[in-house]
Structure formats: structure tokens, C-alpha cells
Design a protein. Structure first.
Lengths: 116, 119
């Protein structure tokens, strides 16, 4: 079984500052993928970043980076230089390659509010 | 548009009615997923199609839920005899490859969802 835990229901950040959204996971798979999605009020899930369990380097996509600590089973999302448009729900998710589970298991999300 | 589309965007049903939710995936995408998202929660997996084959339906909550993708493109999620606990947003996602794993050119692209309210 897979489980994603996001312990921050809500976060505030000042515009232009960096923010870290926490994510821990649990899985019996040796090979798995970790994802972050953004969900604005419009409802659509927007893919942000991916990290494979065997990737040695932390993933980066523009202002997004994933702080992957395998031994701690954490995959925190770091957003640099926050913008007002970053205000949204953020979901951490995973899939397991070993079991062939193609679907994503999501956490409960963190609501980020960027303040001017 | 080139994205995943879903219809209707909003659906209100009386308890006991049947509903049908439609998903148009990105053209050519092999994999299609349905998720259910309750208010304030993350999405939960319902079912997965690879082309027209339903390979995983382990997330369907009851036999009132049925999904199909007869020609390997458009998919329909049907809920029979709706109950209040079925009220949620139903999200559809598609991906180009078979595994549906991002980072291998197989990111899941989500539609805007259908918000179902059962009265």
C-alpha cells in the first residue's frame, strides 16, 4: 500500500519569498515516482514536477524544486520567488512501478496563499 | 483545445437518479484515469483504461459505478441510483504512454472535472 502525508493544511508566504511544502510518503515499492500538482480554484490539476526514486539529483522545473530525501521518505516542494498566481492547493502524489500501480495516490493537500 | 475536456462541468442530481459523466482525453493518449475528489481532500483513484481495456477498477466504491471507453478514446463514468455520498468532483486524466508515469514522457494531464451534487 502507498500513503502520502501532507501535514500543512495551509501556508502563507510573502510575495517574492521562497516557501517549502512538506510531503512524506510510505510505500513497499522499491521503485516509485513522486509528483507535485497544483490545483487552482478553477479545479484543474496542473502537473509541476516529478522525481523518480532512483534519480540521484533533485528535480527542478523553473521556480519549482523537489527536495528528495529518500532515507527520510520525504519529497518536499520548494517554490522560489513566490508570485500571487502561486496561490492554490498543492498536492503531493506517488505511483509505484514495482506493483504496476499506474494510478496516483494523493495526499490531502496544502493550501498556499501568497500575500502581496 | 488540446487538453482533456469533461462534461458537464456541473451536475445536480436527485438521490436515486442515474448520471453519466463524459471525458474527452488528449487525442492519441493511451491511458485514461478517473479519480474522485471529495471536498477538501486529495483525488482518489477510481479506475484505469489502457486504450479500450479497463485494466484496473479497484477504486470503484460500489457496483453502482461503471466506466467504459469502448473505442479507446472518449470515456464515460456512469453512476446508478446516486446517493448523497457520491457528491464530489470527478476528475479525468490521460497520459500518452502505457505506464502512466511521469518523467518518462507519460505525465498525467487532468481535465477540469465534473462537480456532482446529489440532493
Amino acid at each position: 500500500a502507498q500513503k502520502i502525508t501532507q501535514t500543512q493544511p495551509g501556508m502563507f508566504v510573502q510575495e517574492k519569498e521562497a516557501v517549502t511544502l512538506d510531503c512524506t510518503y510510505d510505500t513497499s515499492d522499491q521503485s516509485y515516482g513522486l509528483f507535485w500538482y497544483k490545483q487552482p480554484s478553477s479545479g484543474e490539476m496542473i502537473f509541476l514536477i516529478y522525481q523518480g526514486s532512483y534519480d540521484e539529483q533533485n528535480a527542478t522545473e523553473g521556480r519549482y524544486s523537489l527536495n528528495f530525501q529518500k532515507a527520510r521518505k520525504s519529497a518536499n516542494l520548494v517554490i522560489s520567488a513566490s508570485q500571487l498566481g502561486d496561490s492554490a492547493m498543492y498536492f503531493c502524489a506517488m505511483s509505484g512501478r514495482d506493483t504496476g500501480r499506474r494510478a496516483l495516490t494523493f495526499g490531502s493537500g496544502t493550501r498556499l496563499q501568497v500575500q502581496p | 483545445g488540446a487538453g482533456v475536456s469533461q462534461s458537464p462541468r456541473y451536475k445536480v442530481a436527485k438521490r436515486g437518479q442515474d448520471v453519466a459523466l463524459r471525458c474527452d482525453p488528449i487525442s492519441g493518449h493511451v491511458s485514461l484515469f478517473w479519480y474522485q475528489q471529495a471536498l477538501g481532500q486529495g483525488p482518489e483513484f477510481l479506475t484505469y483504461f489502457q486504450n479500450e481495456a479497463q485494466l484496473d477498477k479497484s477504486g470503484l466504491p460500489s457496483d453502482r459505478f461503471f466506466a467504459e471507453r469502448p473505442e479507446g478514446s472518449v470515456s464515460t463514468l456512469k453512476i446508478q441510483r446516486t446517493q448523497q455520498e457520491d457528491s464530489a468532483v470527478y476528475l479525468c486524466a490521460s497520459s500518452a504512454g502505457i505506464a502512466g508515469l511521469a518523467g518518462e514522457g507519460n505525465e498525467q494531464f487532468f481535465g477540469p472535472g465534473t462537480r456532482l451534487t446529489v440532493l
